[in-house]
Design a protein around this ligand. Structure first.
Ligand code: GLN
Length: 537
């Protein structure tokens, strides 16, 4: 029987519930348990695939093709385990399957009700995720903040599970303790209210992770303990830190792993976080810096820079850099600036490497193509991801093959669609069937001999994750190759180009897939690793 740990958030959003969940997972895994993590997102969207990244951050893609919340990426990175579509629950998914079942007469004519049928569906999804991975622990992060209407039915699911298995369910509240600057004192009251709100949903937290800008002291621990009905040793200090990868180490300083085991009636076990600890020390004491420019468009929102849209790319750059004991300095470069003022492109010479990440639509596209041309001509290490690869092909077709009008039919009608839409995608677009219909999830790719890619991967068959509708048009393949573009990887089942490279360049690779989704902190992705290596020369 699996143990269930529910993680809910109090006081406000954005306090790191996802990373806290992932860190608990890492700790329990290091104690020798099999762990999986489930994310519940309370919105009606069936998945994250239809959401604008500026609105919701990155859309993370699993091997089995789910388009999910970026927290699933955190789980994979911290746990070093693949997470599957069952581990991603949304209100939309839950209602959709209940309604489908009702239409199929599977409720035998009885009245189908919000309670208990919706929480029951959530529970059966949680159990399915646990069974598939044969996990000892299922961590379930409930999105949103307690007190919202939206996640009430999921708190109800948690309460019902506790009633069924009183000894196997644990509740953790991740809360925030503000320190108002005019008072200079850490305040516990908002957390007390959050606990009361949880209580009114029939849930008593067993543990509180006290997020704050600084560590929580003893007097406040005692106060919270009294008012929140949680033992002082089960209030875990979780101050802000410079790297999220430090969190499992900090939690273990407070003995969190064994507190969880004790609360679930299990014997204490040592944690094995040596490799992780070593990595954290590298992060804190880098030998040098590498300067990476990311040319994108999903980061400007009012006065803020939103880096969440590219979170897996950023993490993949970090993992690869730490492998060489290097700190990456990531700079956000706006593609549209290069369109408005073409002279500004020369700023790229100040970078050790340039990445063009994935993206949709034509905004900023010409600026990105200019950046690619600059990297190709000035031998600046370049990594193009999905859209970045497509634009590298367009740039090569225009400037090397002299196909002046080369473009992608994603941007406009074009006489020279070097990037074209797949026939089955054409039908879907015409019928406006957008949700979960891209080329999604893991596909095989066969690498060509004597390429940088095969040297990086050290094997010839790989599997990588996709999320796109457009592809390199095979009609142009011969010409592109003749002019010097190397086709370094092809999907053997459908003969689709997955990787392009350029010779006589320190590093110039574009991949139709998203390698960033498979990078793990202690196992950097081969393409990112070689890219960062090239930036160090
Ligand atoms: N917009 C492009 C496509 O749909 C690239 C997508 C991406 O970068 N993920 O093919």
């Amino acid at each position: 029987m699996s143990k269930y740990i529910f993680i809910a958030g109090g006081v406000m959003s954005g306090i790191g519930k996802g990373v806290a969940t992932a860190s608990i997972g890492r700790i329990l895994k290091s104690k020798g348990f099999k762990v999986t993590a489930v994310k519940i997102d309370p919105y009606i969207n069936v998945d994250a695939g239809t959401m604008n990244p500026i609105e919701h951050g990155e859309v993370f893609v699993t091997d089995d093709g789910a388009e999910c919340d970026q927290d699933i990426g955190n789980y994979e990175r911290f746990l070093d385990e693949d997470i599957y579509t069952d581990n991603y629950i949304t209100t939309g998914r839950v209602y959709q399957s209940v309604i489908n079942r009702e239409r199929n007469l599977e409720y035998n004519g009885r009245c189908v009700e919000v309670v208990p049928d919706i929480p029951n569906e959530a529970i059966s999804r949680i159990n399915k995720a646990g069974k598939k991975t044969k996990s000892d622990f299922i961590l379930i992060e409930i999105g949103g903040t307690v007190g919202e209407y939206q996640n009430l039915l999921f708190l109800e699911a948690a309460r019902m599970l506790k009633l069924r298995y009183p000894k196997d369910v644990l509740f953790i509240l991740v809360s925030y303790l503000p320190i108002p600057s005019n008072l200079g004192e850490m305040k516990t009251k908002p957390t007390q209210y959050a606990v009361r709100t949880l209580n009114s949903a029939g849930i008593q937290p067993d543990l509180i992770l006290a997020r704050a800008s600084s560590p929580i002291d003893e007097p406040r621990k005692r106060k919270m303990s009294n008012f929140c009905n949680v033992a002082p040793e089960d209030i875990i200090s979780a101050p802000d830190i410079s790297s999220i990868y430090e969190i499992p180490i900090n939690f273990e300083k407070e003995n969190l792993g064994n507190r969880i085991l004790r609360l679930l009636g299990m014997k204490a076990r040592p944690s094995h976080l040596k490799d992780w600890d070593k990595m954290v020390r590298t992060i804190k004491n880098p030998k040098k810096t590498t300067r990476i420019g990311i040319v994108g468009k999903y980061f400007e929102t009012g006065n803020f820079t939103l880096i969440d849209s590219y979170i897996s790319v950023i993490e993949a750059v970090k993992h690869a850099s730490w492998y060489f004991s290097v700190k990456p300095e990531i700079v956000w470069l706006s593609a549209e600036k290069y369109e408005k003022d073409s002279k500004t492109i020369s700023e790229l010479k100040n970078f050790d490497g340039i990445i063009i990440p994935g993206g949709f639509g034509s905004r900023g596209m010409e600026g990105k193509i200019k950046a690619i041309e600059y990297c190709r001509k000035n031998k600046i290490p370049f990594l193009g991801l999905c859209l970045g690869m497509q634009l590298a092909v367009i740039e090569f077709a225009r400037n090397v093959c002299k196909i002046k009008d080369a473009s992608s039919c994603e941007f406009s009608e074009t006489a020279e669609p070097v990037i074209d839409v797949m026939p089955e995608q054409k039908v879907l677009l015409k019928e406006k069937r957008y949700g979960a219909t891209m080329r999604l999830g893991a596909y095989d790719c066969k690498l060509a001999p004597k390429t940088k890619s095969i040297l990086a991967y050290k094997k010839s068959m790989i599997s990588e994750r996709h999320r796109h509708r457009y592809e390199l048009n095979n009609k142009y393949r011969d010409l592109l190759e003749k002019k010097g573009l190397t086709i370094a990887g092809v999907n053997p089942q459908r003969d689709l180009v997955e990787i392009v490279e350029i010779k006589n360049h320190p590093f110039f690779i574009g991949s139709q897939f998203h390698p960033e989704f498979k990078s793990r902190p202690l196992k950097p992705h081969p393409l990112f690793r070689e890219f960062i290596k090239a930036t160090l020369h």
